[in-house]
Write a protein that binds this ligand. Structure first.
Ligand code: FMN
Length: 343
């Protein structure tokens, strides 16, 4: 086995990277302490913030952890549609006293974050929203880093495997947060996780030692057992950990996960321009139909609204998978142990 291959886990549970606050060094540390693997989420952070979180994770005593990076897609934004959408949002800017945001180029400092994970020899790096260049995979491998790519279709899985990566994170439509689709304009498929997983596991391109990690809507030990029986090496859970005290989830989001008022999840582009599953609220009801497929431009238009109304569930992006009603406010290690079942 090469030094960069997917790590063998005592407990086959991965704490998903969750950008926007929920993923913290404390959550990563708790997941590792429970025998699983935790991820820091680099998305939206500055390089300095990410560096501080890597350092803090190590200070807590966790050496084996992952960092997740958003892959930018070179694109020409549909500016007319973006500006029309901004017009729809104008009454909210006025109500909250926000100056009108201007959409701009932003690649989430991808190259600098890649340099950072190389410099800090982060043991596992996963990519979402697309493929890293082959050269990046090779640099990470030379560093002893295991590389994973999140995929939502068999075609994406094939393309990722062609890069010689160590693990695929197969994300089903039940997943909370952004669909990892490679192209902003792609409509995500609705093939349920178990079916998608079966198709990916049957791909001839999947070498014997390539690990497949299943994600999306996982909230019970029964589901975990079933996914492992189908052939997943591990499962990745996000929503199930959102109410753990170690997670940095905003209180309004943590409460809404188990509120009757927000019982339904929907996939929407209203907040970021990319499809993402979250708790249905007034913002989605009002703006979903008008939202263009434009990332990160739409995100830039809505971020100031979310920042200005932190306690207002009607305008927050409360990402959640289909299993959100089962989330528990318990230490992450207990949640992970329960999901793993008796061992
Ligand atoms: C609040 C939230 C933020 C997320 N942020 C990221 C992210 O930064 N990177 C990523 O690859 N996936 C992200 N995801 C998706 C997860 O990696 C994973 O696919 C998903 O949580 C699995 O579904 P579940 O939430 O039903 O467990 C996020 C999910 C949630 C709920």
């Amino acid at each position: 086995m090469t030094t960069h291959s997917w790590p063998a886990l005592a407990v086959p549970i991965v704490a998903a990277p969750m950008a926007g606050g929920p993923s913290t060094p404390q959550l990563v540390h708790a997941a590792a302490g429970a025998g699983g693997l935790g991820f820091l989420a680099a998305g939206y952070k500055t390089v300095t913030q990410l560096e501080a979180q890597i350092a803090e994770t190590r200070t807590l005593g966790t050496e084996r952890f992952g960092v997740n990076l958003f892959v930018p897609e070179p694109h020409t934004p549909p500016m007319d549609a973006v500006l029309t959408y901004r017009g729809h949002l104008a009454p909210i800017y006025t109500r909250l006293g926000i100056s009108t945001p201007t959409p701009h180029d932003d690649d989430d400092a991808f190259a600098a974050k890649v340099q950072l994970v190389l410099e800090h020899r982060v043991p596992v790096v996963s990519f979402t929203f697309g493929l890293p260049q082959q050269e990046i995979v090779e640099q990470l491998h030379r560093n002893g880093t295991a590389v994973a790519v999140t995929v939502t279709t068999p075609d994406e899985a094939r393309a990722a495997l062609a890069l010689g990566i160590d693990a695929l994170v197969v994300q089903g439509p039940e997943a909370g947060g952004h669909r990892a689709t490679f192209h902003v304009a792609d409509q995500p498929t609705n093939t349920p996780l178990t079916e998608l997983l079966g198709t990916v596991l049957a791909l001839p391109e999947l070498e014997r030692d390539g690990a497949v990690i299943a994600a999306g809507g996982i909230h019970s030990a029964h589901q975990v057992r079933e996914l492992l029986r189908l052939g997943a090496a591990a499962v990745q859970v996000g929503t199930a950990l959102l109410r753990a005290p170690e997670a940095g989830t905003k209180p309004v989001h943590a409460d809404a996960l188990v509120s009757q008022q927000y019982a339904q999840t929907v996939v929407t582009r209203a907040f970021s321009g990319r499809p993402a599953r979250g708790l249905r609220n007034a913002f989605i009801d009002e703006f979903d139909a008008a939202a263009p497929a434009a990332y990160p431009e739409v995100n830039q238009l809505t971020a100031p609204i979310r920042a200005a109304a932190l306690d207002d569930a009607s305008v927050q992006a409360m990402w959640a998978g289909t299993g959100h009603a089962w989330t528990q406010a318990r230490p992450a290690a207990e949640i992970i142990a329960e999901l793993a079942g008796p061992r």
